[in-house]
Design a protein around this ligand. Structure first.
Ligand code: HEM
Length: 415
């Protein structure tokens, strides 16, 4: 049996927060191994990176998600008792409820709603406005997300709800006041959506057919029972929150356009392939969701390494997207690399990997790509702007990472 390299010491949670996206890669380099053992949040953890590790991590016979997500993350980002925490048949049944929304026509509709909201903003800004892209994208996406999900939102509440939704994904790794703001935003949002679920069930609200609010409110679990209102709220927020989080990718689209002007001409006239390439390379290169955790279901041996039941295992998304074996010159922005389809569900994992229906791969990947393509068309073709001097760095240690200037665009004009 192989012994895997081990990071000595009592606990390395602080190093993980200090080194952020690079924590696992730094140890891989130090140990010359894509597998190592450490201690995080007071327990023994195995960290792994790369395509083969991905194949292992997404094997449902070997790993479960129950008891894997830290409470800190459930109290802010994810919510409790949602699809991310389920396993086996119960997970597949709940996941099917999400995947029902992800048909091509419905995804196109999300793209159309996103375009409508860009148009609304362009009219609101008028000619010559100065904006911060990340902030504006948050509101564009909140409006598009609630419309797509069938959630009524009064105009006066748009700023408040946008802020709360952003707090859900900006707060999970923070401590102190920002973390508390995240937990209270979650409480208020869940109460609001649970109230709407009860209105739907009592016949006082009729969201359009095929929307998340209607579909999830009417969903029955494997025992034929409707979901608890609070759980429906968690799951509706599992649609609305991540759509708003695409604002981070939109800020990075802006960053990529500014720092790679040579790529811009390829996007003239909304051609399909260059758009797809640009979006995929943005999702591959820039830091977003760093890694995820699962627990060993039963003892097993893999590549001569023993995995003991209940051990926490972390699969490094960021490191796998930058693994030289799959991605030559991994830190360069080169959209054309996606001309040749070299991605697999295990080496390209910005939103997790594996299978949508039976695994925990992100249900919203196609939705994300559609929203990004529509937004890229606005940024590259449908508007002009000046780019002032600004701080274009982005942190590799704060999670999630956001470009420092949040992308300032000046003198916006509609083309
Ligand atoms: C902003 C960009 C997004 C990122 C970076 C992202 C990332 C992720 C990641 C890393 C996972 C876990 C994958 C795993 O552990 O295997 C996940 C799961 C999930 N995502 Fe996304 N996501 C994004 C957008 C979306 C969107 C737009 C939606 C819905 C419209 C969505 C819905 C979900 C759901 C429902 C799950 C749980 C799947 C399961 O547990 O089976 N995500 N996402």
């Amino acid at each position: 049996m192989e012994t895997i390299p081990k990071e000595e010491g009592l606990d390395h949670t602080i190093s993980m927060f200090k080194e952020g996206y690079d924590y696992i890669t730094n140890r891989n380099n130090e140990f010359d191994s894509n597998l190592f053992e450490t201690r995080l949040l007071g327990e023994r953890v195995i960290c792994m990176t790369g395509k083969e590790a991905g194949e292992l991590f997404y094997d449902n016979d070997k790993f479960v998600r129950a008891g894997a997500a830290p409470k800190h993350i459930q109290k802010t980002l994810l919510g409790e008792k949602g699809v991310q925490t389920l396993d086996g048949e119960v997970h597949q049944h709940r996941k099917a409820m999400f995947m029902e929304l992800m048909n091509p026509e419905h995804i196109k509709q999300l793209g159309k709603l996103t375009a409508d909201e860009w148009e609304r903003k362009l009219s609101e800004w008028g000619e010559g406005a100065d904006i911060q892209l990340y902030e504006q994208a948050q509101e564009i996406l909140t409006r598009a997300a609630v419309r797509w999900a069938g959630v009524p939102l009064e105009e006066k509440d748009v700023p408040k709800r946008t802020k709360q939704l952003v707090q859900l994904f900006e707060s999970p790794t923070s401590v102190g006041i920002q973390y508390l703001r995240g937990t209270s935003a979650r409480k208020e949002l869940e109460e609001w959506i649970a109230g709407l679920v009860s209105d739907v069930r009592e016949g006082n609200l009729q969201p359009p057919a095929g929307t998340a609010l209607l579909t999830f409110s009417k969903h029955h679990d494997l025992d034929g029972l409707p979901l608890d209102e609070r759980v429906v709220a968690v799951e509706v927020l599992n649609i609305v929150r991540p759509i708003v989080a695409i604002s981070i990718y939109i800020a990075f689209l802006g960053h990529a356009l500014i720092t790679h002007p040579e790529e811009r001409s390829k996007l003239e006239g909304s051609k399909e392939q260059p758009f797809k390439n640009f979006v995929q390379e943005t999702r591959r290169l820039y830091p977003f969701f760093p890694f995820n955790a699962a627990r060993v279901k039963e003892d097993f041996v893999w590549n001569d390494v023993s995995f003991k039941k209940d051990t926490l295992v972390i699969f490094d998304f960021y490191g796998t997207n930058h693994d030289e074996k799959s991605w030559p010159d991994p830190h360069e922005f080169r959209p054309d690399r996606f001309d040749e389809d070299q991605m697999t569900p295990y080496n390209f994992v910005p939103q997790g990997g594996g299978d949508y229906a039976i695994g925990h791969r992100c249900a919203g990947e196609w939705a994300t790509i559609e929203v990004m393509k529509v937004s890229l068309d606005y940024l590259a073709n449908r508007m002009s702007y000046d780019v002032p001097e600004q701080e274009l760095g982005y942190s590799k240690t704060s999670i999630p990472s956001i470009p420092e200037s949040e992308i300032v665009l000046k003198h916006i004009r509609r083309n």
